[in-house]
Design a protein around this ligand. Structure first.
Ligand code: CMP
Length: 143
């Protein structure tokens, strides 16, 4: 144990690409955030055009991301989604649906803010995802 957080949990978190640049003390702050949930295949996790109030990190399983019914990306273990609506203050720009059963860490808006505040490296990775994913929308690819 390291200050109440099992070493195995810190190791597991450091293997997540989003957290790979974090220090041990940053990982300790992150370990207490969010709620782990299990969802069945077919569960719609975000709906294009609707408001977004959660951020998601995939612990296991995979999901498909669609815009206007067209698949634009697949998301798997260690990937995150739901950041765009929270960062940009806009409706969800895509629908994300579980392919099979998934385990997901769900963060509320205050928890997401704490995550951004916990590490400049995380804030930067999330900002980069918002930019690159925004450019990857079907409309942007046609231009
Ligand atoms: P948000 O708009 O909040 O909800 C839908 C999510 O789908 C979005 O945040 C991103 O996390 C994710 N998303 C949108 N476009 C892409 C993309 N091109 N590649 C991967 N994920 C995406």
């Amino acid at each position: 144990m390291v200050r109440g957080i099992p070493k195995s949990v810190l190791e597991m978190l450091s293997a997540v690409p989003l957290f790979s640049a974090c220090t041990k003390s940053e990982l300790r702050a992150i370990a207490g955030l969010g709620t782990q949930i299990s969802v069945a295949g077919g569960t719609v996790l975000t709906t294009q055009g609707e408001p977004g109030r959660e951020f998601f990190l995939i612990s296991s399983g995979d999901a498909v991301c669609t815009v206007d019914g067209t698949e634009i990306a697949r998301l798997g273990i260690g990937d995150f989604f739901g950041e765009m609506a929270l960062v940009e203050g806009r409706p969800r720009n895509a629908t994300v649906t579980a392919e099979h059963q998934m385990e997901i860490l769900v963060l509320s808006v205050p928890e997401f803010r704490s995550l951004l505040d916990s590490s400049p490296a995380i804030a930067e990775k999330i900002r980069m995802a918002v930019t690159s994913r925004g450019h990857a929308s079907p409309a942007a690819q046609i231009d």
